[in-house]
Design a protein around this ligand. Structure first.
Ligand code: AMP
Length: 398
């Protein structure tokens, strides 16, 4: 079975074509700046790369372009569009309606539209992507895989906020959590690497990238996570503030006469390690600036490492202990010094980092000492393969 994995952002479309007989990635690419003046497609296949710069006014044109290049005589990998058996879509918000991936039907589309109110930045482009694929590939089954689904096992004591109860029952305000597909993948993968069933492990997964979240995964089920009603909550991130006293929002809006949109931009785009350092949202830039003596860059890094470490402690308490701590995503997979700084002071928990083993990037690796009672691993995430696997499983059952 050949599955096309699609991840649509507001002006981008990432894709992967996966042969599910052997999970081989046949081709992948990115369409950028959809609807903007300098839109382009970057396509990679068989170790080769091609860039096409042309006008791409909307997602439908983007999907068409992707299908054209996948079937192109020179850089294509399939003869015709008919070779694609199914399409798997990343969908950011599935609300409480979706606790698992699902075949997209008209009913599902209606439910997705409802979820858009809760994720106005993320869900609409996902829906546009699904509609574009449905229009261009009618009859090809489409599957939705939700960032929120894995977290639906959280108990109410973890997902409820201390607000009037009606805000939950009527406005659906609660913790949803995000990066669920990544957390689910890493939990399964570390269990495989350790040779222990996931049902026997208490895992704290640290997904640390531009956006960061931690998840407490007890015996295969998510019991808590740091992101909340939106992906703005939790540890501070590249440009997002993470958890702050909610009264600050009112205070800053009043004092600076900001609209809700302006406040939203301040918290989502101008905060986090960028806001603290004034240097960059990129952890590599911050590391370099800190080494050159930039104190605010160092402060931003210190805050990030401290907050991640604090959440690890919180999740160990939430699960009554922890067996394994995993690091994934850009910073988690590559940030050797970041992992070392986070792990500093976790010895009390029984987690001891091995500096030699920690000198590793971008591959499955044990990074704790042999006598560390809590194991630590680097596990590169792979959300696309999860989407492709779910798509195959759901479509095979039809
Ligand atoms: P992601 O959102 O998962 O793509 O992660 C992006 C983040 O990973 C950026 O802040 C990058 O600076 C960071 N990153 C990538 N490589 C490294 C590295 N070698 N050391 C530290 N951070 C890195």
């Amino acid at each position: 079975m050949i599955v096309l994995v699609v991840n649509c952002g507001s002006s981008s479309l990432k894709y992967q074509l996966v042969n599910m007989d052997n999970e081989e990635v046949m081709a992948k690419g990115l369409v950028e700046k959809i609807g903007l003046p300098d839109s382009q497609l970057t396509h990679k296949w068989n170790g080769q790369k091609k860039e096409i710069k042309q006008s791409i006014p909307d997602h439908k044109v983007a999907v068409k372009l992707v299908l054209d290049i996948l079937t192109d005589a020179e850089c294509g990998v399939i003869k015709s569009m008919d070779a694609i058996d199914a399409v798997g879509h990343r969908v950011v918000h599935g609300g409480e309606e979706f606790a698992a991936s699902t075949l997209i039907t008209d009913e599902v589309m209606k439910a997705l539209e409802k979820c858009s109110a809760m994720a106005p930045l993320h869900n609409p482009p996902n829906i546009i992507g699904i509609n574009a694929c449905k229009a261009i590939m009618p009859g090809v089954p489409q599957v939705g895989v939700f960032d929120t689904a894995f977290h639906q096992t959280m108990p109410a004591k973890a997902f409820m906020y201390g607000l009037p109860y009606e805000l939950y029952t009527e406005d659906h305000i609660r913790r949803y959590g995000f990066h669920g597909t990544s957390h689910r993948y890493v939990a399964g993968e570390v269990a495989k690497v350790m040779g222990v069933p996931v049902e026997k492990l208490r895992i704290i997964n640290c997904h640390l990238g531009n956006g960061s979240s931690l998840a407490a995964i007890k015996y295969g089920k998510c019991v808590d996570t740091t992101m909340g009603f939106t992906p703005l909550a939790g540890v501070l991130m590249g440009t997002r503030c993470g958890d702050i006293d909610p009264a600050i929002v009112l205070n800053v809006m009043d004092n600076h006469n900001l609209s809700t949109k302006e406040m939203d931009t301040l918290m989502n785009k101008k905060s986090g390690v960028l806001g603290i350092s004034g240097v960059s949202s990129d952890f590599r830039d911050l590391g370099e600036a800190a080494k050159e003596g930039n104190e605010r860059a160092q402060l931003a890094l210190d805050m990030f490492h401290y907050q991640v470490r604090k959440e690890i402690g919180a999740f160990a308490a939430a699960m009554g202990g922890v067996d394994v701590i995993t690091f994934t995503a850009g910073v988690g997979e590559n940030g050797i010094e970041d992992r070392a700084a986070i792990a500093e002071g976790l010895e009390y928990l029984g987690a001891k980092l091995d500096p030699q083993r920690n000198d590793v990037r971008g591959k499955d690796a044990l990074i704790s000492t042999d006598d560390s009672t809590v194991k630590m691993y680097v596990i590169p995430t792979n959300e696309e393969i999860m989407i492709a696997r779910d798509t195959k499983e759901i479509v095979s059952k039809q």
